[in-house]
Write a protein that binds this ligand. Structure first.
Ligand SMILES: C[S@@+](CC[C@H](N)C(=O)[O-])C[C@H]1O[C@@H](n2cnc3c(N)ncnc32)[C@H](O)[C@@H]1O
Length: 277
């Protein structure tokens, strides 16, 4: 009987430790701009477990067997894993150990490593690099964004292609006065995980600020909190094309949908780019 009780407690504390270690902090403090911490990664993996079919098909359409493929900012691997399952030679890279842990849970043998793309200095080159989910918009400092584009350019092999998407100013949110609960999920252990966030758009810098606070509860008792300083740059028509030219890409095609619809007008919420050297 005692052993059974101890086992149940162990299970509970092991579950809790998954959230509190290694990155969790005892007080509510920030983890750095756009850092996906443990509670954020947990919610992301519950809400975005699989890639949207049309988006996945779009990125798969560029892949060929025998190519070396890189997915920077691969997160929980919802794109990388289907590529792996279809026999492609793909490597992932992400800043967040917590997001990579989610990837490793579903594909323990996947090639994925922790790196900050803004400082990454690997020498290996790739035939196809893709960055889905508008993650390039996370680089709100335009100087840094161009550095990242130059780095991706340097990581491309001769004849290689870079494909990615960005959010546009048509996707801006209306400003909120205060934090509101914007998502709520049950974790595998039956804990309640909620996200409170608020939006503010700065016209001058074209930055959408969406700070969030993740809270984990067990039967109404707050177990831990985590701040997320989420920011995205929203692009104007033609803006990214200029940055790509400045970053050394000579051929750039743009689309307004995952069905490769050409761009005409400027009211699309996302834009897609297919770039070569
Ligand atoms: C919106 S998630 C997208 C993940 C994945 N591509 C998907 O579609 O599910 C953005 C990812 O970018 C990663 N990230 C943000 N800044 C980064 C940086 N400087 N270097 C590498 N990864 C970064 C985050 O850790 C996070 O996993």
């Amino acid at each position: 009987m005692r052993a059974a009780v101890a086992k149940k407690e162990d299970l509970y504390y092991n579950a809790l430790a998954r959230y509190l270690l290694p990155m969790e902090v005892p007080e509510l403090s920030g983890l750095g701009q756009n850092y996906y911490g443990s509670l954020c990664a947990e919610m992301y993996d519950i809400l975005h477990r699989t890639a949207p079919a049309d988006e996945l098909a779009f990125y798969l359409s560029y892949a060929e067997k025998g190519q070396k493929i890189l997915e920077p900012l691969c997160g929980n691997g919802r794109f990388l894993v289907p590529f792996l399952e279809q026999g492609f030679d793909i490597t992932g890279l992400d800043l967040s150990e917590e997001m990579l842990a989610k990837l490793r849970q579903r594909a323990p043998g996947a090639q994925a490593f922790r790196a900050d793309i803004t400082t990454y200095s690997g020498r290996e080159t790739y035939d196809y690099i893709f960055v889905p989910s508008c993650s390039i918009s996370l680089f709100t400092d335009i100087k840094q964004c161009k550095q990242v584009l130059r780095k991706l350019n340097a990581l491309l092999a001769k004849g290689g292609r870079l494909v990615f998407s960005v959010d546009t100013i048509a996707s801006r949110c209306t400003d909120d006065g205060d934090y509101q609960t914007t998502a709520s999920v049950k974790t595998r252990e039956g804990f309640d995980l909620i996200l409170k966030s608020k939006n503010h758009y700065d016209e001058r810098s074209q930055t959408q600020f969406s700070p969030g606070i993740y809270e984990l509860y067990r039967e109404g008792e707050l177990l831990s909190q985590e701040r997320m300083d989420f920011q995205t740059h929203l692009y104007q028509a033609g803006e990214m094309e200029q940055y790509l030219r400045e970053s050394g890409f000579s051929a750039v095609l743009s689309y307004s949908s995952y069905h490769k619809t050409p761009v005409s007008g400027d009211d699309y919420e996302i834009l897609l780019y297919e770039c070569s050297l």
